[in-house]
Design a binder for this molecule. Structure first.
Ligand code: SAM
Length: 259
């Protein structure tokens, strides 16, 4: 089987990286795990060793055929369920594949990182934890390693607590990708908003980051119906109107969206 670039197929070959993912996942026997893109099953094998029940979704039907052979025993005992499909198209709520608390542990295809994170953080059936191998720069942006927030970092922090675990160098994969990776963990994922709050939060966030160079006041004036009311809102939230959006933390954005 030739790795398919179009499906982001870079298979993990580092046992140290696999061990770190498993350690971070902190699994108990019987825990429910959703794995996205099992590939040739390197991570799947380690997940199964913990005694977890794994649901693995793989888009490449050749790989699903291979995995069914490789994990014949685990499939027969129902410790492993393999689904041939596109993770973004499966409606997990409708199909009720997942009936209890679950964790997502995966080396995901990088071309859909943002979509995967969005789908599972904003969906009704949120995982309790996500341990993902992602592009290093993406992990750094999500935890705001440089002290600068972004729509991406705030969107993740609204639902859980992201942690940068460890760098995984590009040589840890076959074929070797152009970029380095990192293990990202998002813990304590929760339902963060009540009715209507979610929509408002993202509206203000997108307005706030409309023009990055502008001060927060200029960016949110329209959404508050003018400069004066925007100033009042910022005052109420204890935010300096001259600040830039990237310097405002989650609690500031939540306060503004509540107003
Ligand atoms: N987990 C394996 C490993 O660590 O070696 C493979 C990781 S590889 C980076 C990503 C995997 O996701 C590939 O097996 C690819 O075929 C699969 N994939 C790509 N797009 C997908 C999608 N939309 N839904 C489900 N799986 C997908």
């Amino acid at each position: 089987m030739k790795p398919k670039k179009s499906l982001g197929q870079n298979f993990l070959t580092s046992t140290a990286a696999l061990a770190k993912i498993i350690e971070t996942a902190d699994l108990r026997s019987g825990d429910a795990v959703l794995e996205i893109g099992p590939g040739k099953g390197a991570l799947t094998e380690e997940l199964l060793k913990t005694g977890a029940k794994v649901l693995a979704v793989e888009k490449d039907n050749e790989l699903v055929f291979f995995l069914n052979e490789k994990f014949k025993k685990e499939v027969a005992s129902k410790q492993l369920t393999l689904i041939n499909g596109d993770i973004l198209e499966i409606n997990f709520e409708e199909k009720s594949f997942i009936k209890k608390d679950y964790k997502i542990i995966a080396n995901i295809p990088y071309y859909i990182t943002g979509q995967i994170i969005r789908k599972f953080l904003t969906g009704k059936q949120k995982p309790t934890k996500m341990v993902l191998l992602v592009q290093k720069e993406v992990a750094e942006r999500i935890v705001a390693k440089n002290g600068k927030e972004s729509i991406l970092s705030l969107s993740v922090k609204a639902y859980g607590e992201p942690k940068y675990i460890i760098k995984v160098s590009r040589g840890s994969f076959f074929p070797v990708p152009k970029v380095n990776s990192a293990v990202l963990c998002i813990e304590n994922i929760k339902e963060a908003f009540k009715n209507g709050e979610e929509k408002r939060f993202f509206e203000i966030l997108h307005a706030g980051f409309g023009q990055k160079r502008k001060m927060i006041l200029g960016n949110i004036s329209d959404i508050f119906g003018g400069k004066e009311s925007a100033k009042k809102a910022l005052n109420k939230c204890g935010i300096d109107p001259k600040k830039r959006s990237e310097d405002i933390d989650l609690s500031g954005w939540k306060c503004l969206s509540n107003i």
